[in-house]
Design a protein around this ligand. Structure first.
Ligand code: C2E
Ligand code: MG
Ligand code: MG
Ligand code: MG
Length: 283
């Protein structure tokens, strides 16, 4: 594989990209071993209903704690996992782990907590994705009504009919579906009335600009209004300040998630958080 490299003074030179890829290959190799070595854990970030002030769910977020590399954030390994196909076993592990945890919470008397799980488009595109998910549900005994699958706009790049069919099957099984990072993808408003979605997650990039940019504020308002019109719940990601929360309350956004409520927490800390909070998911 060759890449063009700028060689100063507008001279360009072809060089072998493999030199460049050594760190990437090393990362790929340790990623490959990490699943067998149980180096992944799930953290959970609480989600708050602005209407009731109660915790309605948590989003499961993967963490890689590598003995040699330390704490590796998902931004550094999810795309490599996607390129190499490792996202398939990794994604299975995440869903299974989140389902097991959902059952544990149910048994501990926190039955109405929704657990949101990120699903990569690569996972979703598998022809047998619905079957894989059904197997995980059967094996863990989780209630799909307590699980929300977070997809992104990029799943719309596959066949429309097929995407709608798979989503409908998942809905029939009882899962909730959320559109993550809304507004950042190749969003086509076409799919908004065709996909059976329960919730829109407004991307953090819009929330971080709230109260600083009128046009951005108008877009956020519009997304909330659109969600209402289409009968979706709407949740804002990355809420960090009281001012952002107040803005979102004023425009009638349903729910928020972000450091203002809590950072993603390791299981122990999440349990402590849940014990201190009122949890109630009206679904
Ligand atoms: P995402 O699904 O949009 O998750 C939200 C990200 O925003 C998380 O980053 C979370 O820690 C971060 N976040 C939440 N609140 C705040 C806030 O108030 N301020 C700031 N600055 N950040 C906030 P994280 O955990 O690093 O994950 C990044 C992305 O990696 C996720 O974005 C998701 O796309 C992907 N990801 C994480 N876990 C998984 C997984 O299990 N499977 C897949 N396929 N992707 C995952
Ligand atoms: Mg997400
Ligand atoms: Mg997101
Ligand atoms: Mg995001």
């Amino acid at each position: 594989m060759y890449k063009v490299k700028e060689n100063g003074k507008n001279h360009f030179k072809l060089y072998q990209a493999s030199m460049d890829m050594v760190p990437q290959l090393a990362l790929e190799n340790s990623l490959r071993k990490a699943l067998d070595r149980s180096e992944f854990v799930l953290y959970y970030q609480p989600q708050l209903s602005l209407e009731t002030g109660q915790i309605i769910g948590v989003e499961a977020l993967i963490r890689w704690i590598s003995p040699s590399r330390g704490f590796v954030p998902p931004s550094e390994f999810i795309s490599i996992a996607e390129e190499t196909g490792l996202i398939l076993p990794l994604g299975d592990w995440v869903l299974r782990e989140a389902c097991k945890q959902s059952v544990t919470w149910e048994n501990q008397g926190i039955p109405r907590l929704r657990v949101a799980v990120n699903i990569s488009s690569i996972q979703f595109q598998q022809t047998n994705f619905v079957k894989i998910v059904a197997n995980i549900i059967a094996q863990t005994g989780a209630n799909p009504d307590n699980i929300e699958l977070e997809i992104t706009e990029s799943i719309a790049m596959g066949s429309m009919e097929n995407t709608i069919f798979k989503l409908s099957q998942l809905k029939e099984m009882g899962f909730h579906i959320a559109m993550d990072d809304f507004g950042t993808g190749y969003s086509s408003l076409q799919y908004m009335n065709k996909f059976p979605i329960d919730r829109l997650k407004i991307d953090r990039s819009f929330i971080s600009l709230l109260n600083t940019n009128e046009k951005n504020d108008a877009i956020v308002k519009l997304i909330v209004m659109m969600a209402k019109g289409l009968n979706f719940k709407v949740i804002a990601e990355g809420v960090e300040t009281i001012q952002q929360r107040t803005f979102l309350e004023q425009i009638d956004c349903d729910e928020i998630q972000g450091y203002l409520i809590s950072k993603p927490l390791k299981l122990e800390d999440c349990n402590e958080f849940l014990n201190a909070a009122t949890v109630s998911c009206t679904k």
